[in-house]
Design a binder for this molecule. Structure first.
Ligand SMILES: [Zn+2]
Length: 263
């Protein structure tokens, strides 16, 4: 079977294990069914996810112009504490920023090779955690907007990382730290006004990925440098396809790339 489409973040469904789909425009490929089978990717051209033009992807599936102009990638996306919609201050498009920032947000602890702190819109749970390849996650605060969640994250990340070690995550290296114990520890870092949003009885969500074999060495695929890649799929974790020779393909990093997929 041959498919051709621009790549986008893989949609997922919570399950035992998590279900992964490859969005091929009019079709979806159920990736869990392809474990142990050969897949062939061929890079055709670019298609900016905003303007649709065949221009090199700068970041997040967008060409350079769209990246610096689109309201979807303002500074507040990566740095929630820079959110200003709650003050009525526009970054790139106030209506859009209000529609995203003024929604319930969750500050969470997630477990991969270490325990990290992060912020996400409540509606993105559990997808945000799946995209990070977290083994487990625990919400700790629920705030009414992105700014407050960002304030809490700034205080907590002075003590706990906010990064995911993606190579270790793909190798299946986990930490044995206890999320509930770390939750108690970080409470002391929060200011009084933020404690108002503390979740009293949060539940840990454990996540199980469809991985037959963890790679010992991880070799990242860049479709610009390897426009033709064939491999046997041995796992899916985070937004990565893992192949049995240790190559990994980060689908989200290749969003905006038009590829042919033969299965
Ligand atoms: Zn564009």
């Amino acid at each position: 079977m041959y498919y051709e489409s621009v790549l986008r973040r893989m949609p997922t469904e919570l399950g035992q294990p998590i279900q992964y789909y490859l969005d091929m425009g009019d079709d979806f490929i159920i990736l869990n069914n392809l474990l142990g089978r050969k897949i062939h990717f061929s890079f055709k051209k670019y298609e900016c996810l905003n303007c649709g033009q065949d221009l090199p992807v700068f970041a997040q599936g967008l060409c350079k112009k769209c990246y610096f102009e689109s309201p979807q990638v303002g500074a507040w996306v990566m740095k929630p504490e820079k959110s200003q919609a709650h003050l009525g201050i526009e970054d790139r498009d106030l209506a859009y920023e209000q529609s995203v920032q003024l929604k319930p947000h969750i500050v969470y602890l997630a477990k991969t090779s270490d325990v990290k702190v992060g912020v996400t819109r409540k509606s993105q749970i559990p997808f945000r955690w799946i995209d990070q390849g977290a083994d487990a996650a625990l919400p700790i605060l629920e705030t009414p907007n992105r700014y407050l969640a960002g304030q809490a994250e700034v205080l907590i990340k002075q003590h706990i990382t906010d990064k995911t070690g993606w190579q270790k995550m793909l190798k299946g290296i986990s930490t044995d730290k206890d999320l509930l114990a770390i939750r108690e520890e970080v409470k002391a870092y929060l200011s009084k006004d933020l404690i108002n949003y503390w979740l009293e009885k949060p539940e840990i969500l454990s996540l199980q990925y469809p991985v037959l074999k963890n790679p010992e060495k991880v070799k990242s695929i860049n479709l610009e440098k390897m426009p033709d890649f064939k491999g046997v799929l041995s796992g899916i974790k985070g937004q990565y396809l893992i192949f049995d020779d240790g190559h990994v393909l980060n689908i989200r990093n290749h969003s905006g790339y038009v590829v042919g997929v033969t299965i």
